[in-house]
Design a protein around this ligand. Structure first.
Ligand code: SF4
Length: 269
């Protein structure tokens, strides 16, 4: 059984920076807290909690997660606590781009999940933006179409094309605000999925970028979305090639353990 492991594995730099900074502050003894997972990975979150990360309002420094937070909320929290802003710079660029274009008179349309924290934060920068996964028709002088940073590039293009086909406007702009790292992972997952009999997609069950990889890859092969090597107790019959890819919130050590487990079950890299 041959194993094909993706080249692009481990944390993206946004998650890496957020996790490292959190660890540094905890090791220095600061009481830090946040409002949800710093990273959508149970193994990493359990480690941070063991180091002292709090998920209630009992600390002294509040961490803004890589997805960002509405401006007003940060301001409100800063009245009582110090703020350490871990918003990923790619995410922040999207917020600023949406704000800038709205100020220039564009109607902002964002391909994204309205309930996702990144999109909730974006609304505080572009208050009149429309955030949706469904194309629709609109009448406006100027429209600008942007994307949540972790969406599929192909799906964004389709979305933008349909909006332009069905809408009335004088001017339009399409800003591809998707993070390059997620684009690379998506491309690699597709390439590997086409070559293998089964693909293990390693990452948190709540991680939307990992779920997206699993969904895209499942168009080409059988997919197993797993969080750790413990979920692999046998390789299905008649499998000759096995692929391993991972989301941007999955540490490289977890991927390595998955590969080791497959090797123990007969895989050759
Ligand atoms: S996937 Fe990209 S946008 Fe999201 S945190 Fe990582 S580097 Fe930032």
């Amino acid at each position: 059984m041959q194993i094909i492991v993706a080249k692009n594995i481990g944390f993206c730099f946004g998650v890496e920076e957020a996790v490292k900074k959190t660890e540094r502050l905890l090791k220095k003894g600061y009481k830090i807290f946040t409002d949800d997972d710093i990273v959508h990975n149970k193994i990493v979150m359990d480690k941070l909690k063991r180091l002292g990360l709090l998920l209630d309002r009992t600390g002294e420094i509040f961490l803004v997660r890589a997805h960002g937070l509405p401006k007003e909320k940060i301001k409100q929290i800063s009245e009582n606590f110090k703020i350490e802003d871990l918003t990923c710079k790619i995410v922040y660029n999207l917020f600023k781009k949406a704000e800038e274009l709205e100020n220039k008179g564009y109607k902002i349309i964002v391909f994204g999940k309205p309930e996702h924290p990144e999109m909730i934060a974006l609304r505080s920068y572009a208050k009149n933006s429309i955030i949706t996964l469904e194309p629709f028709s609109i009448e406006a002088d100027k429209i600008a179409i942007l994307s949540q940073t972790t969406m599929s590039e192909d799906e964004f293009r389709n979305f933008a094309e349909k909006i332009l086909e069905n809408s009335k406007y004088k001017e339009y702009l399409i800003e591809d605000t998707i993070c390059n790292i997620t684009i690379l992972r998506e491309k690699e997952a597709k390439e590997i999925a086409k070559q293998v009999d089964i693909l293990y997609v390693v990452g948190g069950k709540h991680s939307s970028n990992t779920k997206k990889l699993a969904r895209i890859a499942s168009e080409f092969t059988d997919v197993m979305h797993i969080e750790s090597e413990e979920e692999i107790d046998r390789i299905p019959k008649n499998v000759e090639k096995i692929g391993v890819v991972s989301g941007t919130s999955t540490p490289v050590e977890v991927v390595n353990k998955v590969v080791s487990r497959i090797k123990k079950l007969g895989g050759i890299q």
